[in-house]
Design a protein around this ligand. Structure first.
Ligand SMILES: *[C@@H]1O[C@H](CO)[C@@H](O)[C@H](O)[C@H]1NC(C)=O
Ligand SMILES: *[C@@H]1O[C@H](CO)[C@@H](O)[C@H](O)[C@H]1NC(C)=O
Ligand SMILES: *[C@@H]1O[C@H](CO)[C@@H](O)[C@H](O)[C@H]1NC(C)=O
Ligand SMILES: *[C@@H]1O[C@H](CO)[C@@H](O)[C@H](O)[C@H]1NC(C)=O
Ligand SMILES: *[C@@H]1O[C@H](CO)[C@@H](O)[C@H](O)[C@H]1NC(C)=O
Ligand SMILES: *[C@@H]1O[C@H](CO)[C@@H](O)[C@H](O)[C@H]1NC(C)=O
Ligand SMILES: *[C@@H]1O[C@H](CO)[C@@H](O)[C@H](O)[C@H]1NC(C)=O
Ligand SMILES: *[C@@H]1O[C@H](CO)[C@@H](O)[C@H](O)[C@H]1NC(C)=O
Ligand SMILES: *[C@@H]1O[C@H](CO)[C@@H](O)[C@H](O)[C@H]1NC(C)=O
Ligand SMILES: *[C@@H]1O[C@H](CO)[C@@H](O)[C@H](O)[C@H]1NC(C)=O
Ligand SMILES: *[C@@H]1O[C@H](CO)[C@@H](O)[C@H](O)[C@H]1NC(C)=O
Ligand SMILES: *[C@@H]1O[C@H](CO)[C@@H](O)[C@H](O)[C@H]1NC(C)=O
Ligand SMILES: [Cu+2]
Length: 578
């Protein structure tokens, strides 16, 4: 009785502490989390071959960043390698800290060999899983790691507290040097070779040569709930992910809570993150279960048609009648076929904002500016001194509204902030396709794209509706579009050509998914809305790196507002120079 009374008292006391702490946090900022990223080379062996790769602190995958909502994160990045480096904190909103966003030549010049830069930002109104990755050339192939954002102290998840949380970061591996690969591909104008493997937490798994020892293993207890923090850090492939004999409950996407739903398979595009609950079997199952991922691929090009895998194993109870070391059968999951666009559309539609009083979906209702962008491939003439392999010295290109983005020589944000935009960018990015055609029908006779460094300028607090339409030029293909600096609401999607008369009436303005990366359906369209409440230069691009290399990218410049807290502060002193 006495001890019961005391435990009640203690609980009361703890809840008081938690409450006090929380209200204090609400007033003041959270803690500051310091990290040091030494960019250096490291020899790593995969698929029977040793390769020197670019890493953070010699780790592959890179270190995890952990913070609570409201915390400041300060990362000193020191470049010890021969490559120019820049790091992006993918999905972090960077409210008035655009200088820390990271895409090279958009918000900063790269960190050159021997130099360093301190990324300094606060995590506001986000909690869940994100990731960091290099944002220059193809270096993110090995430079990536998880960002785990916990809720503020004392604030519970809107789902049962998991017993353990496990980041699962999916990657892509080439035996060859990827910087050489993409440089050569851009010279010849042909598609670069596809990867040799996919990886789970850096490990390819038993389906690849010499890789049985390089297999990710997850040991679990029966009757327990695990939170898997799924991240797709692959370069060029959307992935289906599944675990044999189990199902998932999706609870969060791109660091925003979702309405929970059950699924056997998760589809995750490069740039997306998804938190799922995994409830383990009640009893030791006398079996092991394969964790597997392989591509969802829709385009005309070849793709890496291999499967990465790990193993889910149960801790064997001591009472087990089985002898230790007994081999249990390994059960395999069935994944959708590589081009299952029906699955992709259904899965995408199931992701809905929680839209609860605590986590409302603040969908813009009144729209100031409407945009319609085509996204897709095309061709472009190469310069005379180049010998491109396409017909008439052409190369494959990719474009948004027929503009293939040309990377400037200094960062867009610097040019904007210092009013020195002349010769860096122009503000005439088209709000609509320059030529109307049947976007998802037979391609037009002229499939040449234009090029330039063009941006859209938005006054502070503009509410934007953007429809992105896939084209079937060179083949319909799903493009995972990523917007920096904002979360957007996915208010509608469909197949064929967007119908401006009838489709808007079907938009979901109640509980649409809120995220930073969305797949534009293969041969279809997606409509998003966002509020331009963050001054800066914000990159928007396909997160299939090969398409970004070909020019499927553009930028939004969001101007300062009038209020003191609506202006982008000046750049930090150590902002890298070009
Ligand atoms: C990687 O291996 C090569 C060849 O053995 C060696 O020369 C080099 O120093 C190693 N690099 C690192 C970072 O250990
Ligand atoms: C990070 O930015 C804040 C706000 O501008 C500043 O007070 C702080 O000194 C910065 N920290 C570092 C390590 O640069
Ligand atoms: C691309 O693959 C082909 C065929 O496997 C091979 O011959 C070629 O060397 C590869 N290119 C690069 C840059 O690795
Ligand atoms: C695996 O190794 C075998 C034997 O060396 C070889 O025939 C096969 O092509 C290799 N497979 C892959 C995917 O590299
Ligand atoms: C596992 O095997 C043991 C011993 O054969 C058996 O008693 C138990 O019922 C099995 N459990 C399951 C879930 O199949
Ligand atoms: C992918 O590989 C599987 C065998 O592993 C094969 O059956 C299938 O046809 C391949 N698909 C494509 C599109 O290459
Ligand atoms: C998917 O690929 C299979 C095998 O290549 C093909 O038969 C089928 O028509 C394709 N489905 C779609 C929807 O493209
Ligand atoms: C997608 O949903 C539609 C309509 O509910 C259904 O007919 C179809 O079978 C689903 N496709 C897949 C692959 O689940
Ligand atoms: C290549 O250029 C020539 C001359 O301009 C033109 O006649 C021909 O149609 C072009 N071929 C292709 C495939 O575009
Ligand atoms: C850039 O121009 C704006 C408006 O013309 C002005 O307010 C601002 O001070 C200028 N900034 C710099 C760095 O010159
Ligand atoms: C566009 O092309 C598709 C496929 O050929 C066709 O089904 C559709 O009717 C066309 N749409 C229009 C508006 O012409
Ligand atoms: C690194 O960046 C600087 C500044 O933009 C540029 O001048 C230089 O050519 C780049 N070096 C490499 C190897 O790309
Ligand atoms: Cu990104």
């Amino acid at each position: 009785m006495g001890s019961r009374f005391f435990s009640h008292l203690i609980i009361l006391f703890i809840s008081f502490l938690v409450f006090a702490d929380y209200s204090a946090l609400a007033k003041h900022q959270g803690a500051t989390r310091h990290y040091k990223f030494d960019i250096k080379m490291q020899n790593v062996t995969r698929l029977c071959q040793t390769k020197s790769i670019v890493t953070v602190n010699g780790q592959f995958p890179g270190p995890q960043i952990t913070a609570r909502e409201g915390d400041r994160v300060v990362v000193k990045v020191v470049n010890h390698v021969q490559y120019n480096i820049s790091i992006h904190w993918h999905g972090v909103r960077q409210l008035r800290s655009g200088w820390a966003d990271g895409p090279a030549y958009v918000t900063q010049c790269p960190i050159q060999t021997g130099q360093s830069y301190v990324y300094n930002f606060t995590i506001v109104g986000q909690r869940g899983t994100l990731f960091w990755h290099a944002h220059i050339s193809w270096l993110r192939v090995t430079l990536y790691g998880p960002i785990v954002i916990l809720p503020k102290k004392g604030v519970p998840y809107p789902f049962p507290q998991p017993y353990k949380e496990v980041p699962i970061i999916l990657g892509e591996w080439w035996k060859t040097d990827t910087e050489t690969l993409i440089t050569q591909a851009l010279q010849t104008g042909l598609a670069p070779n596809v990867s040799d493997a996919f990886t789970v937490n850096g490990l390819p798994g038993p389906f690849y040569n010499c890789s049985a020892k390089d297999t990710f293993k997850l040991k679990v207890k029966p009757g327990t709930t695990y939170l898997l923090r799924l991240i797709n850090a692959a370069l060029n492939d959307e992935l289906f992910f599944s675990i044999a004999g189990h199902h998932f409950t999706v609870v969060e996407a791109d660091a925003v809570y979702t309405k929970p739903f059950q699924t056997n398979t998760v589809l995750i595009t490069p740039g997306q993150t998804t938190n799922v609950l995994l409830r383990t079997r009640h009893h030791f199952p006398n079996a092991s279960f394969l964790i597997a991922a392989r591509p969802y691929a829709t385009g005309p090009a070849a793709f890496d048609n291999t499967t990465t895998s790990g193993i889910l194993e149960y801790h064997q109870p001591s009472s087990s009648t089985h002898k230790k070391g007994v081999k249990f059968p390994l059960l395999k999951p069935s994944l959708p076929i590589f081009n299952d666009t029906s699955f992709a559309a259904n899965f995408s539609r199931k992701i809905r904002s929680l839209a609860s009083p605590k986590f409302p979906a603040n969908v813009p209702k009144k729209i100031d500016r409407k945009f319609f962008f085509t996204v897709g491939l095309g061709i472009m003439s190469c310069s005379k001194n180049q010998n491109c392999q396409g017909p008439n010295n052409t190369r494959v290109a990719a474009a948004v509204n027929n503009v293939s983005f040309v990377q400037p020589n200094i960062a867009l944000l610097q040019a904007h902030f210092f009013n020195k935009t002349k010769g860096v960018y122009t503000t005439d990015f088209p709000a609509n396709p320059p030529i109307k055609f049947n976007y998802t029908g037979p391609p037009p006779s002229n499939i040449m794209v234009s090029s330039g460094t063009k941006v859209v300028v938005l006054p502070f607090n503009t509410s934007v509706e953007l429809v992105m339409q896939d084209t079937s030029i060179l083949g319909a293909e799903s493009h995972p579009l990523h917007l920096h600096g904002f979360n957007f609401f996915v208010v509608g999607q469909g197949f064929g050509n967007f119908d401006p008369k009838n489709d808007p009436g079907k938009f979901n303005l109640v509980d649409p998914a809120e995220r930073n990366t969305v797949g534009v359906p293969a041969g279809g369209w997606v409509a998003i809305r966002f509020l331009a409440d963050n001054p800066g230069a914000w990159f928007m691009h396909c997160h299939l790196e090969v398409h970004t290399s070909w020019g499927l990218k553009m930028a939004w410049i969001v101007q300062d507002g009038k209020g003191r807290k609506q202006k982008l502060p000046p750049p930090p002193k150590d902002l890298p120079k070009c």
